[in-house]
Design a protein. Structure first.
Length: 426
């Protein structure tokens, strides 16, 4: 029996760790339209920092090498002899918070052009329930000339990657699987269970698997919105929110969530996918959208609290110098896509302040291209009227900010990692 050959479409934060893992047991082709990204990976360099260099180099192989291993390419001709295609492209939202499925559609077109009889296509990208079968499958049929569930089959296994987390890596997180037929579901489940140490869960249908994924992050979003609202209330009462959460956390079933800025391409995006589908069906999801409104408002809230703190310290706001520490969407991860720190920066700039941004792991070029602002990887040597710590990078845990602060300057600690050194926390 011929051994499976797998193609992973999209080599970002989700696709690369998955490709590396499968490559330990299978012949894997990693495909990405970004030629620079492919060249870096084939040289053993992962700028997302998701796969350690030694692990990546262990599985890399040259073109047409036999046996297990990973070959990366941007040439669609190199993926034609695979029989399993796994799509892991991003699914963002547009400026109106509507699902942007163009990358998914383009990936479906690419697969459709190389698909042959009995091949299986597995989607991992987060979507609203029904998107795989109703939106993507027709594209594959159109470009392949093949019939769904007769000539080719489809699975859905939602990604559960946690960027920057070196403890909960892809093989250590239980994987939900599904298939367009009972037999396909078993095949997809067996494929993933062959590499996922934590085990798998075979869902009864693709729609159930899609729905399970989208509510995971929607639930987190709502819970974080709740503690963000608590932070606003407790700040008015001059109570430390973290102290309240620690006290409440002594109860065995209290859920441990922290206030903060909710960005990125999962928690800050997925609820809009579920809301979009609900609204298409005539239902307005009030709780989901309320959570989104609260979390999307936190950037301007942090900015206004910083300004109030400066005024209390008799600091002239206009023309003041402010240092923002951290620009990525979460700690210990270089990804700046959909970071809500930019909301803090932009709102502070409306007060005609001079804002400097520093982040030890963000790529300054990516920050410039995405947001049009300068970002320094090292701490500036200047002194500032206010310092705002927005991201809890490991490099900031024992940082001494005293020499960066003017005599009456203030420190606002969004993440609550500076202890009593901060003048105010979220």
């Amino acid at each position: 029996m011929k051994k499976d050959k797998i193609t992973i479409i999209g080599l970002g934060y989700v696709g690369l760790p998955l490709a590396r893992l499968f490559a330990t047991k299978y012949a894997v082709v990693g495909f990405d339209i970004n030629k620079t990204r492919v060249e870096e990976l084939q040289a053993g360099i992962d700028k997302t920092l998701e796969v350690e260099q030694n692990l990546l180099q262990e599985v890399l192989k040259e073109k047409n090498s036999n046996g297990e291993g990973l070959f990366c390419t941007s040439d669609v001709n190199e993926i034609k002899d695979s029989n399993i295609y796994i799509i892991t492209v991003p699914t963002p939202v547009d400026n109106n918070n509507k699902p942007e499925l163009l990358p998914l559609y383009k990936a479906s077109e690419t697969v459709g052009e190389v698909l042959t009889k009995n091949d299986i296509v597995v989607y991992e990208s987060t979507v609203y329930p029904g998107a795989t079968e109703e939106d993507c499958v027709p594209i594959i049929e159109l470009h392949s000339g093949l019939k769904y569930n007769e000539d080719f089959f489809v699975g859905y296994s939602p990604e559960r990657i946690n960027p920057g987390d070196k403890k909960h890596t892809v093989e250590k997180i239980l994987k939900v699987t599904s298939g367009s037929t009972i037999e396909t579901g078993v095949l997809v489940n067996n494929l993933y269970s062959s590499v996922i140490e934590a085990g798998t869960y075979l869902a009864p249908s693709i729609k159930v698997a899609e729905a399970a994924k989208v509510i995971e992050n929607s639930q987190r979003d709502i819970n974080i919105a709740f503690v963000n609202e608590l932070a606003k209330i407790f700040n008015l009462m001059e109570i430390d929110t973290n102290d309240v959460l620690k006290a409440a956390g002594t109860k065995w079933n209290f859920l441990n969530f922290k206030p903060g800025l909710v960005g990125g391409h999962c928690i800050g995006v997925d609820p809009y996918y579920l809301a979009h589908k609900a609204q298409e069906l005539g239902y307005n999801p009030e709780v989901i959208l309320a959570g989104r409104r609260i979390n999307d408002s936190m950037g301007s809230y942090v900015s206004s609290e910083v300004v109030k703190l400066m005024i209390k310290n008799d600091i002239k706001v206009k023309g003041s110098k402010i240092l923002v520490l951290g620009i990525t969407f979460k700690e210990n991860c270089p990804d700046v896509r959909n970071t809500k720190v930019i909301d803090v920066v932009r709102d502070l700039q409306t007060y005609e302040t001079v804002v400097t941004v520093s982040d030890p792991i963000a790529n300054p070029e990516h920050v410039k291209n995405e947001y049009g602002i300068e970002c320094f990887t090292s701490l500036p040597s200047d002194q500032y009227d206010a310092i705002v710590l927005t991201v809890a990078h490991s490099e900031y845990k024992d940082i001494d900010l005293g020499n960066l602060l003017n005599y009456n300057g203030v420190i606002y600690d969004v993440k609550g990692i500076l202890g009593n050194f901060a003048h105010q926390k979220l």
